[in-house]
Design a protein around this ligand. Structure first.
Ligand code: LLP
Length: 421
């Protein structure tokens, strides 16, 4: 459930009519709903309530400081994958002890910054990383809390580019080698082994792969404990999918996912960490755009928007589907016709949808891409010298710009001339 609904024939974000935001900020613009963010966070928190747990919001899905701060106020931790995300989480008010640091390629500089700033856990993905972390921590007299990310060799059954738990993926330490690497970790200075980490992919719409992975983690916990490692925390990653279209069977709910976690690892007495991103932010945001032209082609008609693949890259990158709805509610029974919905960027990849059934749209009409709150603005670029798309946060009947659209002067000022020109 989200808080983007038609009211009096106009699409609203909570109590704010989207045309009011378009008039104030211009389009394209991302619009997020505070109530939806909060609701999604709480669903996870409640689903894990019977266990000692921490919901670490995956900052990569939407890293706007105001979005992170909204979740921080509710008690969320953060899952970060770079020094920049660590800085953002801290700046938004998440204490170091509530931050887990994931990622296959942490640098020594990033490790040091997190150790100095405070961190709940490093999710270590390889032996070279483990050795480097030990060296960095021992070098500054710190102890790094560590979980090893294991690769359970489970196919998440999601898009190939966002599956991470197969043995051919770059992520994690193969289960078969886990015991050996835990032994190494226990011997190294500057490390304190506390847990196991796993993350098998994103946009999972079936619980079975989670179940397979978590059962393997439960077995590994027992095995490692028997080998003398005090495993006290399980980080089970993120990945629960969201409904991108209202017509399909909805994916499992956070409550079902929580029940699965309790069933698979609940009896181990561990603190459970989860790292959801998309389910918290995805349906809490829309990308609002305007129709520039409607162009009659040969055999197909195009709706050309002022939003492009640089603003929302998921359709071009993953062939992803986003519902596109007119902001002015179409009359009941309005005739629909097929349109290719495209942006202004100069390549054919800048196509959001082919033969999408839409009601008549005039020049200047507003449309909203649904489910765009996660992996939308964070993946935006300034390709074609299009200023970075701005972001707005709505709370009940008011809204604020939480990232302003850069001016052309700012855009130009970012490049600097070498002395010979
Ligand atoms: N934890 C780790 C270690 C991750 O790599 C990810 C996502 C998450 C948590 C959060 O997963 P979520 O709950 O959001 O599914 N750009 C792609 C998605 C990439 C996901 C990367 N990792 C897309 O637009 O679909």
């Amino acid at each position: 459930m989200d808080h983007f609904l038609y009211r009096d024939g106009v699409l609203h974000a909570e109590d704010v009519a989207l045309p009011a935001i378009a008039a104030a900020v211009g389009t394209p613009v991302y619009v997020y709903s505070t109530a939806t963010l909060a609701r999604h966070y709480r669903l996870f928190d409640e689903a894990l309530a019977p266990l000692p747990h921490l919901v670490c919001y995956s900052v990569k899905s939407n890293g706007n400081l105001a979005v992170i701060a909204t979740l921080a106020r509710l008690g969320a931790g953060a899952d970060v994958v770079s020094g920049g995300e660590y800085r953002k989480a801290r700046a938004a008010g998440i204490p170091g002890e509530r931050i887990v640091f994931s990622g296959v390629g942490k640098t020594r500089t990033e490790m040091r910054a997190a150790l100095e700033g405070g961190i709940r856990q490093f999710n270590v993905e390889s032996e070279p990383e483990l050795l480097a972390l030990s060296e960095v921590a021992a070098g500054i007299g710190a102890t790094a809390p560590v979980a090893l990310r294991v690769n359970p060799d489970v196919d998440a059954g999601t898009h190939d580019k966002i599956a991470t738990g197969r043995k051919t993926d770059k992520f994690g330490i193969p289960l078969a080698r886990a015991s050996e690497v835990y032994r190494l970790a226990a011997r190294l200075p500057g490390l304190r082994v506390e847990g196991i980490d796993v993350h098998i992919g994103s946009q999972l719409t079936d619980l079975a792969p989670f179940e397979a992975a978590y059962l393997r983690v439960a077995d590994l916990t027992r095995q490692l404990r028997a080998e003398g490692h005090p495993i006290t925390r399980l980080d089970l990653g993120g990945g629960l999918g969201i409904p991108y279209t209202r017509s399909n069977e909805p994916p499992p709910l956070p409550a079902d996912y929580g029940a699965l976690i309790r069933r698979t690892v609940g009896d181990l007495g561990c603190e459970v960490v989860i790292e959801p991103g998309r389910l918290i932010a995805g349906n809490a945001g829309v990308l609002l755009a305007s129709v520039i032209w409607v162009k009659r082609g040969e055999g197909r008609d195009f709706v050309i928007l002022d939003a492009g693949m640089n603003d929302l890259i998921r359709p071009a990158m993953y062939g992803a589907h986003h519902d596109i709805v007119p902001v002015a509610e179409p009359a009941a029974g309005a005739a629909l016709a097929p349109f290719d919905v495209v942006g202004p960027v100069c390549e054919t990849a800048d196509t959001f949808a082919r033969a999408r059934m839409l009601p008549p749209l005039a020049e200047g009409a507003l449309v909203a891409f649904r489910s765009a709150g996660a992996y939308g603005a964070v993946m935006a670029s300034e390709y074609n010298a299009r200023p970075l798309v701005p972001e707005v946060l709505v709370e009940r009947d008011h809204f604020a710009v939480i990232r302003a659209r850069p001016t052309f002067d700012e855009l130009l000022a970012r490049d600097t001339m070498p002395p010979w020109l």
